[in-house]
Design a protein around this ligand. Structure first.
Ligand SMILES: [Zn+2]
Length: 128
């Protein structure tokens, strides 16, 4: 089986994790990212009011993908990895979290090859 996959259980655990962290998320958009490689969760991040990641067209704020990568980079190997994006409404419902153009360029440059992202109705995947 491909290493570029996560189990349904892992996905559900991340949704649970994001919902637990939701009350502490004080940005308008509540976006969480989880980095996986070889079926292991390496780190997570969320968007926040902080200096934008240098390059890739970012102009303001740190995106969840940036922080998740920063927290996982020490453990990442040169092999492809994947990211799971989850955005929640204030009540905890799933919302669209497809990576923005800047993050798509960022993720590709960092070796990410697959994105799972939430929508209002579940999850979709996107190859990078
Ligand atoms: Zn982004």
């Amino acid at each position: 089986m491909s290493a570029l996959k996560i189990s349904k259980r892992q996905l559900q655990d991340c949704v649970k994790d994001a919902r637990i962290r939701l009350p502490q998320h004080n940005s308008e958009y509540k976006h969480f990212s989880y980095v996986f490689q070889a079926r292991r969760l390496l780190g997570w991040g969320r968007n926040k009011e902080a200096a934008p990641f240098p390059g890739f067209g970012y102009t303001r704020t740190l995106h969840a993908e940036n922080e998740a990568w920063r927290r996982s980079r020490h453990a990442l190997t040169p092999q492809p990895w994947l990211i799971l994006n989850i955005r929640l409404g204030t009540s905890g419902a799933l919302r669209m979290s497809m990576p923005c153009d800047c993050c798509q360029a960022f993720l590709e440059a960092m070796g990410c090859r697959l994105v799972y992202y939430s929508t209002d109705h579940g999850f979709r995947e996107m190859k990078i």
